[in-house]
Design a protein. Sequence first.
Length: 301
Amino acid sequence: MTEKKPWHGVIVATALPFNEDLSVDFDAYAEHVAWLAENGCDGVAPNGSLGEYQNLSEAERAQVVKTAVEASPEGFTVMAGVGAYGALQSAHWAEQAAEVGAQCVMLLPPNTFRANHEQVKHHYATVAEVGLPIVAYNNPIDTKVDLVPELIAEIHAEGNVVGVKEFSGDPRRIYEIKELAPDLDILIGTDDTVLEVGLAGAVGWVSGYPNAIPQTCVELFRLCTSGNYADLERGQQIYRDLHSLLRWDSKTQFVEAIKLSMDVLERKGGVCRPPRLPLPEDVADRIVADTRAAVAKGYGK
């Protein structure tokens, strides 16, 4: 059995609650982190894209990580998002995360421009000097930098990452990554590929929908990664039932969608900061319908 590391299991990419004046509701965020722990999740990833980190001040961004650490029970992971335009900024956020007690960090490639392979490797090497374990975050859709299997294997061989959150949406590349870097941990990055990437050998899931339905997502992850084919039938059934909801995590409106699902389930999702605006009525209606359909099938926890 693989030794459980802090970045293993269901790590929730936490949504960030705001007050009506769009200030951060840190008390609600602390309560949310504690609630996720109580409902079986293994950790949280504050200041990811779902947490709207790009729209936070430096003071707010630092306080989000500090709040997550302080609200976490013993053994619950805080994997701070440290994405930034360049290596020096990301290293700064990794240092801040280390100072307040985060166990690891999640790091996008530099996203100032379409960096080449040498620039990307330098980026990860620079942040690795801080000393916290790094889970790379491959999101070529938003960053325009693709951590292709050869590149992530090189970064791992240099000792600068322990795992990769794979958001490319292509489960096939998992097998190539494992061929090139057998000891690199794979974390599922998109909620609508949990079955495929779980079967390919993932040991973690950085997931959005546990913000709304944590117990169901934890069960789904366990079934898809247990290695026990007796679990697969149940896992496939949950996956089929939830896929119309889970695929919102991979759409442009994923932040608004997950917050709206939280509101439907009487969690504080609430408003987003600009540039995100209220969803068009037809889109909102579809998200509400998908959420209510999941609840009707018994997946509302």
